[in-house]
Design a protein around this ligand. Structure first.
Ligand code: PLP
Length: 398
């Protein structure tokens, strides 16, 4: 391992484009640069055909129909469109939405907005494994409930919610179910129809496609879900999302979906083995190193670990920029807030601030994992040797 080598273990933040995806996209920047809405010449027809092909590739990955795929700029937009679009469309039926404390900010901030304009939102709690309580979900549904919004897999911990059971409850109660499946699509099988999910948001750049393009699945039959468009204009995407389609991005997204469908199963095994190797070594060889979140119900590529009395930002410094990982904190202005996901799971603030998310992917090698294990071990020892708090903890004074 070279001194200035960089190891990328932040695949949950974004993935590099697969070279096969880039290759598929390239002609659509230059020779085939038409607008998919241009009906009067071959440039437009080519682009329209390419978009239709990509729509098919994406629909096929999730077992949907092509008309059920609405292209967006990403999962943030998909989350906004699903929540605001349903809220506005079904406003006369009710104003109540149910979601979870550990959702992505794109969902939580949209819910805050909906509360400001007259909506009512219930935020379900999670247990220490990061899972919701199905009884609490059922009890929260009432006459005015129009939508339940629960993410398929968490971006910080990889914890997978029981989507089938959630879907059954929503079906029985007659409410719509939306899932932000951004981290799950392309990593594990995610067929919304098999789980009673009516709306599902995801994005290309978390599955080896380009940034700035995503999709919202919108169920068309039994029930036919309607949305109030959030971006008005030319009436693209069945009137649900106007704006000239990002043709190269959509072509890349389609290719990424095709690759994911073909390789997901073997990739999950390979990446899962590397994740387990990393996790087992760190938990076994570092004192007070603990896994955050359910071990059984988890994506294969993520490991969220806390290292008691080690500041995760400090630990990052010891990596000398050799390893790219995410800490459990989010920088909001000048202060470091502990992760809302980890604190919702009951972690004390200091433990949340001692957490690191390792997320692996398609291009992660065993050599990189071995190097990372050594770096993390050395870093925790170095920091704890200097730490009076750790010394007190060891002497049983804390
Ligand atoms: C990354 C992510 C998003 C945001 O996706 P963008 O395409 O970057 O807008 C939303 N939800 C989850 C769970 C994510 O991991």
């Amino acid at each position: 391992m070279k001194k200035n080598q960089r190891i990328y273990l932040d695949y949950n933040a974004t993935t590099p484009c697969d070279p096969r995806v880039v290759e598929a996209m390239l002609p659509f920047f230059t020779t085939m640069s038409g607008n998919a809405a241009s009906r009067s010449h071959p440039y437009g027809w080519e682009a329209e055909e390419a978009v239709a092909h990509a729509r098919g590739q994406i629909a096929s990955l999730i077992g949907a129909e092509e008309k059920e795929i609405v292209f967006t700029s990403g999962a943030t937009e998909g989350d906004n469109l699903a929540l605001k679009g349903v809220y506005e469309m079904y406003r006369r039926k009710g104003n109540h939405i149910i979601t979870v404390e550990t959702e992505h900010k794109a969902v939580l901030d949209t819910c805050l907005h909906i509360e400001k304009i007259g909506g009512e939102v219930t935020y379900l709690k999670v247990d220490e494994a990061g899972l919701i309580d199905l009884g609490a979900l059922k009890a929260a549904i009432k006459e005015t409930t129009v939508l339940v919004a629960i993410m398929w897999a968490n971006n910080e911990t990889g914890v997978i919610q029981p989507m089938s059971e959630i879907g059954k409850i929503c079906e029985e109660e007659g409410v719509l179910l939306f899932s932000d499946a951004t981290q799950a699509v392309g990593k594990i099988p995610t067929n919304p129809k098999e789980h009673g999910i009516h709306l599902m948001a995801f994005t290309a750049h978390k599955m080896y496609g380009p940034k700035g393009v995503g999709a919202l699945f919108v169920n068309r039959k039994r029930p036919r879900v309607k949305l109030t468009a959030q971006i008005a204009g030319g009436g693209h995407e069945e009137g649900m999302r106007s704006g000239t389609l990002n043709v190269p991005g959509i072509v890349g997204f389609g290719k990424a979906a095709e690759i994911a469908k073909a390789e997901m199963e073997t990739e999950a095994i390979r990446v899962g083995q590397l994740r387990n190797k990393l996790e087992k070594a760190l938990v076994a060889e570092i004192e007070e190193c603990k896994i955050n979140g359910s071990i059984e119900n988890r994506l294969p590529q993520v490991s969220n670990l806390s290292f008691r009395h080690v500041d995760s930002e400090g630990l990052l410094m010891t990596f000398n920029q050799n390893i790219a990982v995410a800490t459990g904190s989010a920088c909001t202005s000048a202060s470091m807030d502990p992760s809302h996901v980890l604190t919702a799971m009951g972690l004390a603030e200091d433990l949340a601030k001692s957490s690191i998310r390792f997320s692996l992917g398609r291009f992660t090698t065993e050599e990189e994992i071995d190097f990372t294990i050594e770096k993390v071990k050395a870093g925790t020892v170095q920091l704890r040797d200097l730490s009076p708090v750790w010394e007190m903890f060891k002497e049983g004074l804390l």
